[in-house]
Design a protein around this ligand. Structure first.
Ligand code: PMP
Length: 412
């Protein structure tokens, strides 16, 4: 009956924003959500994106069609994004495109890509997934909602540092191992691991990918922060480049790429992203996967929204705007870096020794949930309970206040 519906816990991150909004302290600072804000604390439209919107406004024929997009999204979006990801960001992908081995759909941003990918996998391939511990909290939620029965954490950090040895050992020693006929999948953060900001080095990635490949695990590459690692969109796709090296890896059960334009184009609420499934070289596979992806999308939400993908199309297909976009991303990255450096200088603690080794939009502070609670209750400084702090919420008007409060909390 309807009385069987229990109360779900509030979302760990979005629930905090609700509490922040009702906080009366004029000094309150929200450092929870991963949205880029400029030095004035404003969420602004990227100049490249604003120019693309103007182009759309001026060319009615580009923007007056409010009818449905196809189930798998706009054909232009597909060709622009495939070009961007698999020829430019990862030229190793060109071979797979030329062989027509990449199944692609436009998705409701990165989360939508993860949802459709996990539905496809759980229906036909596996219900077991490895997820880093810690990870973005929504990973488990999305996998569970879409049919995964066995979600296994792999140890990503130990005392605030990356722990590759134990991670790989855990995969190798699993009581029920992944095999080619009974594969399991594994979520990999492409760069800017959320929440820690700590990524494996390229030598470590080689070791990780070799092990994953030996174990017949299916990689699900979650690329939500392309461009936010080094400021260079192309450079940041290194995990994709490494994984697509066909001399080294063949991925007999495919490779999944869940990609988002939320952060790097600032298109958060427009829900613009993609799912690519790189298939083994068997011509029967791609049409089957294409058809199942469409069936899943049709049942979920029928077709993706149009406007955001039209904006992305203009940015990706107009060389001047694309150059501007690369500049915009570089600028976001450099502001985040300078805030990170300032924090590292100001917070001279042992547990922050890794600050400058972290990448992306967040600072993983190492504060305990109770310290985060004190920061929130006594000082109105809002962090996630895992100690993750969104750097873009800091600027010259609040960084001293936040550092002082953090110092007070850790000094006891
Ligand atoms: N994966 C990770 C690790 C993320 O941090 C995010 C954004 N918070 C996403 C995926 C997806 O975000 P979106 O659906 O907004 O693209």
């Amino acid at each position: 009956s309807i009385y069987n519906i229990p109360r779900a816990p509030p979302d760990r991150i979005l629930g905090l924003t609700e509490r922040f909004n009702s906080d009366q302290n004029p000094l309150k600072v929200n450092l929870t959500v991963g949205i880029y804000k400029d030095e004035n604390g404003q969420v602004t439209t990227l100049p490249s994106v604003a120019r693309a919107q103007t182009v759309l406004d001026q060319h009615e024929e580009l923007n007056t069609d409010l009818s449905y997009l196809p189930i798998s999204g706009s054909a232009d979006f597909q060709s622009n994004v495939l070009q961007f990801l698999f020829r430019e960001s990862a030229p190793q992908g060109a071979q797979y495109l030329d062989e027509d081995r990449i199944s692609f759909i436009q998705t409701l941003s990165g989360t939508g890509a993860l949802a459709v990918a996990s539905k496809l996998l759980s229906l036909f391939v596996t219900k077991t997934a490895w997820v880093p511990d810690p990870s973005w909290a929504n990973h488990c939620n999305v996998l569970q909602n879409n049919g995964f029965k066995d979600i296994r954490p792999y140890p990503y950090l130990k005392n605030g540092s990356l722990n590759v040895e134990q991670w790989l050992q855990e995969l190798q020693n699993a009581p029920v191992a992944s095999s080619q006929s009974n594969p399991q999948c594994i979520i990999l953060h492409a760069c800017c691991h959320n929440p820690s900001g700590i990524d494996p080095s390229s030598e470590q990635w080689t070791e990780i990918l070799d092990t994953i490949h030996d174990l017949n695990l299916i990689p699900i590459i979650d690329m939500a922060y392309q461009g936010m690692d080094t400021g260079d969109l192309y450079k940041d796709a290194y995990l994709l480049r490494m994984s697509l090296d066909s001399q080294r890896y063949c991925w007999p059960n495919g490779l999944f790429l869940c990609q988002s334009f939320a952060k790097n184009m600032g298109l958060y609420g427009e829900r613009v992203g993609s799912l690519s499934v790189v298939t083994p070289p068997d011509m029967t596979l791609k049409p089957n996967i294409d058809s199942q992806l469409k069936k899943i999308v049709r049942g979920f939400y029928s077709s993706p929204p149009g406007y955001g993908s039209r904006v992305a199309n203009v940015v990706l297909s107009t060389s001047e705007l694309k150059t501007q976009w690369f500049e915009d991303v570089k600028k976001m990255h450099s502001r985040l870096q300078s805030v990170r450096t300032k924090m590292a200088e100001r917070l001279n603690w042992n547990c922050f020794s890794e600050i400058n080794g972290q990448h992306g939009m967040f600072l993983y502070t190492g504060l305990s949930p109770s310290q985060v609670g004190i920061l929130r209750e006594n000082h109105s400084v809002y962090l996630n309970s895992d100690g993750r702090l969104s750097l873009s919420g800091l600027n010259s008007s609040n960084i001293d206040y936040v550092c002082d409060c953090m110092q007070k909390v850790t000094d006891g």
